[in-house]
Design a binder for this molecule. Structure first.
Ligand SMILES: Nc1ncnc2c1ncn2[C@@H]1O[C@H](COP(=O)(O)OP(=O)(O)OP(=O)(O)O)[C@@H](O)[C@H]1O
Ligand SMILES: [Mg+2]
Length: 234
């Protein structure tokens, strides 16, 4: 079943036409990556999905509803969650308080959800009383993911989860993302680390100056020699 669908989306900042007729879909259970060089429109795509910017044309459907003109809070209630660029945990707050913040839009007991996050990331349990700002980069990434999971999302949007992590942590981080996906959460992940992202993804899209240049199964994109040379600028 299709969980997210962007259909012919055009997004502008003022007069500047950024996203040009973008169509993307994510099915229930899938892990999809969105690749592309700097300024290609990756973060703008996530902002359009979340309703932080509104598209001028086209539509965004999520969980069976047309959410194109609906506020971000509605989309979160329907099951979207974001792990933002640079993680942005609440530095002066403890690990536990950060997790509690992730559930602020819903009512009811959160202790079960906290336990589930601790099961997924035992390191966060060890560090539960520590201030988030003093965690290592890899631990902050776990916390940002854990916090997003507290809202019980159906779709996790991730903006460059490997950015700023030491190379040794990048691989571990992708394993954790795969683990979250295996636990039943669909994921749309923006990445510049194409090889790593494609190694765990089901499918991928490549953005080039606001257009979808390529869309294919992850294996096919990995085998595509053109990909990095032509579109990823490395
Ligand atoms: N609020 C804004 N107002 C005007 N232009 C913007 C705004 N936000 C982004 N842009 C421009 O839109 C283009 C796409 O930006 P976006 O952040 O989506 O790229 P990106 O693919 O996420 O890049 P990066 O890999 O550097 O994070 C860029 O040229 C950027 O300067
Ligand atoms: Mg970006």
């Amino acid at each position: 079943m299709t969980l997210l669908e962007l259909r012919d989306v055009d997004t502008f900042y003022g007069q500047i036409h950024i996203l040009q007729s973008i169509s993307i879909n994510v099915s229930e259970g899938e892990l999809v990556c969105l690749l592309g060089g700097n300024a290609s429109g990756k973060s703008t795509t996530l902002k359009t999905i979340l309703g932080i910017v509104e598209p001028r044309n086209g539509s965004v459907h999520f969980a069976g509803e047309d959410v194109t003109r609906r506020p971000t809070s509605d989309r979160v209630s329907l099951g979207m969650a974001i792990v933002p660029e640079n993680r942005r945990v609440f530095a002066p707050m403890s690990v536990l308080e950060n997790l509690e913040m992730g559930a602020y839009l819903r009512s009811g007991d959160v202790s079960e959800d906290i336990e589930r996050v601790y099961e997924l990331f035992p390191r966060l349990h060890e560090r539960r009383k520590q201030k988030a700002g003093t965690l290592s980069g890899g631990e902050q990434q776990m916390l940002a993911m854990g916090r997003a999971l507290m809202s019980r999302p159906r779709l996790l949007l991730m903006d460059e989860p490997s950015m700023g992590l030491a190379p040794i942590l990048v691989e571990r981080n992708f394993e954790l993302i795969k683990q979250v996906n295996d636990s039943g959460v669909s994921i749309l992940m923006v990445e510049q680390n194409a090889n790593m992202a494609l190694s765990i993804a089901d499918r991928g899209y490549v953005l080039a100056t606001g257009r979808i240049a390529l869309a294919d199964e992850a294996d096919a994109l990995l085998a595509n020699d053109e990909l990095k040379r032509a579109y990823l600028g490395r």
